[in-house]
Design a binder for this molecule. Structure first.
Ligand SMILES: [Zn+2]
Length: 494
């Protein structure tokens, strides 16, 4: 005799009849106070060797019936590894056929990411010491709304996810992001944390996740339609996040979603926002292009149709923070002219690549003015008579990479420049302990290189101690040295 249950974290199913294992009748339960449904997650006990046919009778009336076409449910016996199982959709019902090789088996719409796993994630982040955990407020049902903060740089970045609880892939996305930020050996994460303060809300909808909802919170509010006027009682999850965003400002916010039917990573931007400027759209295009260039996981061909200008949905997250808030680091021209970002047409994987805050980093003011012929200008720091520096410049010339040269001795280094370089690559990579300058230092001076409190002054006073050359991209990215490995990275700076 089999038994079917869903009374657990992120469970959802209603059993109509389960007397015959080969003709089990099920229904997905709607979100509270709403008509959305598609997420299911349940356990079948007493199932070892039993030929199961699980028929979800109301699948055709679900929120995204197109998502069932070619779809296969996932199953697990250890709740760690999930595999696809035989699934048919006849236009009305969805039937899962499976013969388990264990006593109990769990079935779900996608690999579940439960509220408990979210708790594990935020606990791990704070326990490692590099993530800070803030409780922004309470959900409708009194659960904690968590925010993790990484880094201390000047640029305020936000990543939020799981507004829609049925999109469990967001949980996995957030876990990957957070674990990477927690990795002390990840040079990209270190560089980001030196330049930005990254605030991450891994789970915007704990109530919905726990309840096994598809799309809403406990009051039936679709959180990604609440951003224009979030309510402290009906959508406190958005309300608390917006309030914190007002305090920090936003240079960029990535709002992570999943899609039922499109098996691609893509960005639905803010093209439909009224009054969006050409410059903003160009930045979005550039951001997407850079992402596609940097990772084969991202692409720009497949996604949602771009809404016509002015036709964007004003209640989604995408531009709304901007609509409410002054953005720190934004240029005054935008505020004066009232050019404000409005939300996009409500995408699933949605990103806002907002105006970049102008940074005071080595290489000068980052920005469009430092571009030549569409390519960013690289600043090469070194010594005029250094052979490696000469070779590097000739190499850049040969590739027509726009660059300028600065002499660390003649032009001099400043403490903020050196600090930014150290933040990006660390003292081991930046201090040359093999040259004549190093050998000329007494023991006391050499000891300064091992102390974060004194190494900046040491390098400013002895600029020839800096390993050469240092390449600085227009966006502040840094490459030190000129070996084969560095060459590929230098080319990517432009
Ligand atoms: Zn979504």
């Amino acid at each position: 005799m089999i038994h079917i249950s869903s009374q657990f974290d992120s469970g959802n199913i209603e059993v109509v009849a389960a007397a015959s294992p080969d003709a089990v009748r099920l229904r997905i339960v709607k979100d509270a106070a709403a008509d959305f449904f598609q997420w299911f997650h349940f356990r079948v006990s007493g199932a070892r060797g039993v030929k199961l046919a699980l028929r979800i009778e109301n699948a055709g009336a679900a929120s995204y019936p197109k998502g069932w076409e070619g779809y296969r449910a996932v199953a697990s016996t250890d709740r760690v590894n999930w595999r696809r199982v035989d699934t048919d959709y006849d236009g009305g019902a969805l039937t899962i056929r499976h013969t388990p090789d264990a006593d109990a088996v769990w079935f779900a719409y996608f690999a579940p990411y439960s509220l408990d796993r979210h708790e594990d994630l935020v606990a791990r982040a704070q326990a490692r010491g590099t993530g800070r955990l803030d409780r922004l407020g309470a959900t409708v049902e009194g659960r904690d709304l968590d925010m993790l903060t990484f880094g201390s740089g000047p640029k305020p970045l936000w990543v939020i996810g799981r507004q829609h609880p049925g999109e469990s892939m967001c949980g996995w996305f957030m876990e990957g992001l957070v674990d990477r930020l927690l990795d002390p050996h990840d040079p990209v994460a270190r560089a980001i944390m030196a330049r930005a303060t990254l605030r991450v809300v891994p789970n915007m909808n704990p109530d919905g996740v726990f309840r096994g909802h598809l799309r809403t919170n406990a009051t039936g509010a679709n959180l990604n339609r609440e951003w224009r006027d979030p309510s402290p009682t009906n959508s406190p999850e958005v309300f608390h996040v917006v309030r914190r965003m007002e305090q920090t400002g936003i240079a960029m916010c990535l709002d992570v979603h999943g899609d039922e039917a499109l098996p691609y990573n893509f960005i639905a931007g803010y093209e439909g926002v009224p009054n969006v400027s050409e410059a903003h759209l160009a930045r979005l295009t550039r951001y997407k292009g850079e992402l596609a260039r940097l990772t084969p996981d991202f692409q720009v061909e497949h996604g949602y149709p771009k809404p016509a200008p002015g036709q964007g949905n004003l209640t989604t997250s995408t531009g709304s923070p901007r609509q409410h808030l002054p953005v720190r680091g934004d240029d005054p021209g935008d505020a004066v002219q009232g050019r404000r970002q409005q939300p996009d047409a409500g995408g699933r994987l949605v990103a806002r690549a907002q105006r970049e805050a102008r940074r005071k980093l080595p290489g000068g003011d980052a920005g469009d003015d430092r571009r030549l012929g569409g390519r960013a200008v690289i600043t090469v720091w070194g010594l005029k008579n250094c052979d490696t520096c000469r070779k590097a410049r000739a190499w850049l010339d040969g590739r027509a990479v726009p660059h300028t040269f600065k002499d660390v001795r003649a032009d001099g280094l400043t403490a903020p420049e050196v600090r930014a370089w150290l933040d990006a690559v660390g003292a081991d990579a930046l201090v040359n302990r093999r040259g004549t300058t190093w050998r000329g230092l007494d023991d006391a001076a050499q000891a300064k290189a091992d102390d974060p409190a004194t190494v900046v002054d040491l390098l400013v006073a002895n600029p020839a101690l800096v390993k050469r050359p240092v390449f600085v991209g227009a966006d502040g990215a840094i490459v030190v040295g000129f070996g084969k490995a560095e060459q590929a990275r230098v080319e990517a700076l432009s």
